[in-house]
Design a protein around this ligand. Structure first.
Ligand SMILES: [Fe+2]
Ligand SMILES: [Fe+2]
Length: 393
């Protein structure tokens, strides 16, 4: 049974949660604490899979509590509960919280948010992976793009469109932006899959707070960028994103699905960024070793897990749309997915293989998977799209 700890200083809120979630009592062991101190005492007493903490509490705030939880039990999923009016303050908690819930929240939203976090853990079930990702705190941007966005946002005539355009070129900023707008906190009726929509939705003021004051966006040092070949990775990510969108469009996926394919392509190697930024020396060594034994094997040797698993796990826990998380998780092994037809995963898998593989792209494409989902015939056309793009570049 999963154990969940709810922390709120208002007895009414705790009572409400207790009542609303009673139907879950056979699946979840739920505990309730009225303060951060009480919560930490309960955590000392026994393990806990997930903590939902109120933002504003006297004594220890929700952010302080989640930071303490992160330090003591990094594997615990952390969700912050907060009022709508506290948006900017809550944005600052992004680093210690995995997901957000806005008060007042419906039983179904709370249940779905918690269940989703658990389902993803089940899919990527591995205590080692959970602990590994929990220890990878920083997801930095390229120094040049970080400078560009700071300048744009600082400038008196900074524009939302230009900010969006810079973010769309940066793997880390794209991931964080999508995390923010897809969190239940913003109460959007549907998932947001386009950087442009997300930027327009948040507006320049919130973005300014994010970039300049909250430290959500950060940049890596030049040395890491060089030793881990991050610029190359950024270029590759953008290329895969663009090709995945074209492939999706060619398959008749208009609008949203094509955008999801693009975002998924942009983020498919986000696990590499995480590993490189947080464990640069081991990552650089794994890059060299990959020449001999292949990337996945080299990563498993160094970290116990591949970048696909690492990236999918983090993006899932951040609340990105399932289609994106799945494309990341299976981009090197689409046959292991549940796909029964063309999905953004298909587009990302093929685009990645074409962009990465050059002459031996074919050996990287899972022909059995394409046949299974009934799109094997389309491969030649996709290859032609890639060639066209290469010639143009
Ligand atoms: Fe990859
Ligand atoms: Fe890739």
């Amino acid at each position: 049974m999963k154990s969940i700890l709810f922390v709120d200083d208002e007895p009414n809120v705790l009572d409400g949660l207790r009542r609303m979630l009673r139907p879950m009592r056979n699946e979840w062991e739920m505990r309730f604490a009225a303060s951060g101190a009480e919560a930490l005492a309960l955590l000392e007493a026994g393990p806990c899979d997930l903590v939902v903490a109120d933002m504003r509490m006297p004594g220890m705030t929700g952010v302080e509590l989640l930071e303490a939880v992160q330090a003591r039990r990094p594997e615990t999923v952390r969700i912050i509960l907060s009022g709508h009016s506290e948006m900017v303050a809550v944005l600052q908690t992004v680093r210690s919280a995995h997901q957000f819930l806005a008060k007042p929240c419906e039983a179904e939203t709370v249940r779905a948010t918690i269940s989703r976090a658990f389902a993803l853990r089940a899919r990527l079930r591995d205590e080692g992976l959970v602990a590994l990702v929990a220890g990878l705190k920083s997801l930095p941007s390229l120094p040049a793009l970080y400078q560009e966005i700071t300048a744009e946002i600082d400038s008196p005539d900074g524009s939302v469109a230009r900010v969006g355009e810079i973010i769309a070129r940066d793997v880390a900023m794209t991931a964080k932006l999508l995390q923010l707008v897809n969190s239940a906190f913003f109460g959007l009726p549907r998932a947001v899959n386009r950087v442009g929509d997300a930027v327009a939705y948040l507006g320049l003021d919130v973005l300014r707070a994010l970039v300049l004051t909250s430290g959500v966006f950060s940049h890596c040092d030049e040395k890491t960028a060089r030793s881990c070949r991050l610029e190359e990775l950024w270029r590759h990510s953008a290329e895969v994103g663009a090709l995945a969108r074209r492939i999706a469009r060619a398959q008749g996926c208009e609008g949203k699905l094509a955008e999801i394919a693009m975002m998924a392509g942009m983020l498919h190697d986000v696990g590499r960024v995480l590993l490189a930024a947080n464990r640069p020396q081991e990552y650089a060594a794994a890059l060299a070793r990959a020449q001999e034994i292949g990337t996945a094997a080299a990563e498993r040797e160094a970290f116990g897990h591949s970048h696909a698993e690492v990236g999918a796990y983090l993006m899932g826990i951040w609340g990105l749309p399932d289609l994106i998380v799945e494309a990341i998780a299976y981009h090197h092994a689409p046959g292991e997915s549940q796909d029964a037809g063309f999905t953004p995963l298909t587009a990302v898998h093929v685009a990645d293989a074409l962009c990465d593989g050059g002459a031996d792209a074919d050996s990287r494409i899972d022909a059995g998977y394409l046949a299974r989902i009934g799109v094997a015939d389309a491969l030649d056309a996709w290859r032609a799209m890639y060639d066209e793009h290469e010639e143009a570049a």
